[in-house]
Design a protein around this ligand. Sequence first.
Ligand SMILES: [Zn+2]
Length: 156
Amino acid sequence: MSEDVPPYAAAPVMAYVYPCPHCRAQITLDHGDLQPVQEQMVGAERQCSRCEGWARIWVAMPDRELIIDKGVAPTVAGVIPQEQRDDEDMAIARAQNAHQRYQDAIFAVMHQMIPHGNGVLTQAILDDLDAARAEDNAARENLDRILDEIRTGKRR
Ligand SMILES: [Zn+2]
């Protein structure tokens, strides 16, 4: 009879306390939250209530060693919120447009120089170059932030 019960289910009810892999906050995981994954391992995906990062928790059998990895928020393809997909699409388009605009602004400066142009750089051309560079940097930082959120599991 007891041979039908997997070893992890035979353990007394207990909770694991483990550090969040992102911010080190303590997260409690009830023994019953663990799911059988393979013959020798049980695992769970948990979100940290402090930093909202995801952790993947494994308990390696037979020694019940607790293993914690940075996890990824569980999602199913197609159920990523429309608002989030729009945010990501806009960030990519903004970065592409900003980069193109910056290249155009550099080209405008080059075009004014001898032998192509008269060598006079107007304030408008220089202002446009500064503005295009600032937008290129801002757009790239915005995209990097989103990519970092995906990487650390805060976004999906
Ligand atoms: Zn955390």
